[in-house]
Write a protein that binds this ligand. Structure first.
Ligand SMILES: *[C@@H]1O[C@H](CO)[C@@H](O)[C@H](O)[C@H]1NC(C)=O
Ligand SMILES: *[C@@H]1O[C@H](CO)[C@@H](O)[C@H](O)[C@H]1NC(C)=O
Length: 314
């Protein structure tokens, strides 16, 4: 029936999520994924067996869908392939609806919403979707593609659970677009951005967790030691474990209190204005949305092709 289709769909999602993570060695408490990570993993020979297993699970759903276009079959496809929804990043209601459906599906599979963070782009619409999900539905959100101070302030005011401001991608932009090609960790524009956000949140008592992400080197990580959480790749985690120097906290609530930041309030107009003043953030945000959309299309195409091949091979 419908709900077993859902379960199969979920199983595929779980498998895809699992293969997208090379994390066994470090026993992290959380795992994260996105269309680009899944696409990269699904193309690695090492994970082909899992991809095939996943396809075996989802094939019956597709066959059913071909026979009769029942609502459930349609919906299963929507879940599996739904990353590829044009303009999702700019449609608040669509984001809320989609997040609530995913949470329902996970609930059916016995996974409570407390274990799940819905990842949303930090566009104005995404941030407002996060606000509604948190306030009205108790659904926790992880705001991603966050590059500007304006985005961080709006997220704090929306009361989302977690933001993941990028460090390395900010550095990349400055290296590509200015004459300066290398930075000391404390001068690194990505480090400075996250430091400012952290200080602002702590100084004004916002509960939103700051989880710095996308690091290019160990120096960036060390310069942000003390941040609530950091997402660190297995490679850099390995380097850190090898490194004998002690990690000293750089960020602290005390230093945040001492900073000279002033509290601001952003409505839609002032958000759009302030964000637009930051050329790097404008370019990186659009770039990020474009890239996820393109990878989602590729992933969808690849999985569909493999499914048809599997069918024809029989
Ligand atoms: C089913 O799919 C069609 C086209 O693919 C779409 O327009 C429609 O909204 C979908 N219905 C549901 C319930 O998902
Ligand atoms: C939140 O999303 C970022 C990507 O923007 C990821 O690096 C991070 O691990 C996620 N955090 C959690 C707790 O899932």
């Amino acid at each position: 029936g419908g709900s077993s289709l859902w379960r199969q769909a979920l199983h595929l999602l779980w498998l895809l999520k699992t293969i997208s993570l090379a994390i066994d060695e470090y026993k992290p408490q959380d795992a994260t994924t996105n269309p680009s990570l899944i696409l990269a993993a699904a193309q690695m020979p090492a994970y082909q067996e899992l991809v095939e297993e996943a396809i075996t699970y989802v094939k019956p759903c597709l066959e059913k869908k071909k026979k009769k276009k029942d609502k459930m079959g349609n919906f299963t496809l929507y879940v599996l392939f739904g990353y590829n929804k044009k303009m999702l990043s700019f449609d608040k209601d669509a984001m809320v609806a989609r997040a609530r459906r995913l949470i329902e599906l996970y609930k059916e599979a016995g996974i409570s919403k407390d274990r799940i963070l819905i990842k949303l782009s930090s566009t104005w619409e995404g941030i407002q979707a996060g606000k509604e999900l948190e306030e009205q539905h108790g659904i926790h959100c992880n705001m991603t593609l966050l590059f500007s101070f304006a985005q961080a302030v709006a997220c704090a005011e929306a009361g989302v659970t977690l933001i993941s401001p990028f460090v390395g991608r900010i550095l990349d932009w400055h290296v590509a677009n200015t004459d300066k090609k290398s930075y000391e960790p404390l001068e690194d524009p990505g480090v400075k951005s996250v430091t400012k956000i952290y200080n602002y949140y702590k100084k004004f008592g916002y509960k939103t967790i700051v989880m710095g992400a996308s690091f290019r080197n160990m120096g960036e990580i060390k310069a942000l030691a003390g941040c609530d959480f950091l997402t660190i790749s297995p490679k850099l985690l390995g380097e850190l474990l090898q490194d004998n120097a002690k990690l000293v906290p750089v960020l602290s609530a005390k230093a945040a209190q001492a900073s000279d930041l002033e509290k601001i309030h952003l409505d839609e107009k002032s958000f759009r204005w302030l964000h637009n003043e930051d050329q790097m953030a404008v370019e990186k945000l659009s770039d990020g949305i474009r890239k996820f959309a393109a990878d989602a299309v590729k992933l969808e195409r690849m999985l569909t092709e493999q499914m048809f091949n599997a069918e024809n091979g029989k």
